[in-house]
Ligand binder design. Structure first.
Ligand SMILES: [Zn+2]
Length: 106
């Protein structure tokens, strides 16, 4: 590989960091049960670690939407990585050809 044009893409599994707690209700309950918390990895929030709270949260539209997005995101990331590898291979081949001694066309 003699290509200088090689750019390395950083493909990090991107997680939805914008999903932060915005409801004051959650902050309230977090205050109330500050010693017992359950972290929801899909919503990236802490909720009260008791059955009713978790059931309520997991049955909520917000959680289900986040979960769906999370699962889809994982799938998309792996698909994208596969695609990127293919792209990279093709790109490298292209660069290899380009960086070979150049004969002017007449
Ligand atoms: Zn959740």
């Amino acid at each position: 590989m003699g290509g200088v044009l090689l750019t390395s893409h950083h493909v990090s599994p991107s997680l939805p960091f914008h999903l932060l707690p915005e409801s004051p209700q959650i902050l309230m309950s977090e205050y109330w049960v500050s010693n017992k918390k359950y972290y929801c990895t899909y919503c990236k929030i802490y909720i009260a670690d008791d059955a009713p709270s978790r059931q309520q949260h997991e049955g909520g539209l917000r959680h289900q939407g986040n979960k769906e997005r999370f699962v889809r995101g994982l799938y998309k990331t792996s698909e994208k990585r596969k695609h990127d590898l293919e792209e990279e291979k093709r790109e490298m081949m292209r660069i290899d050809q380009v960086s070979k001694p150049f004969y002017p066309r007449v």
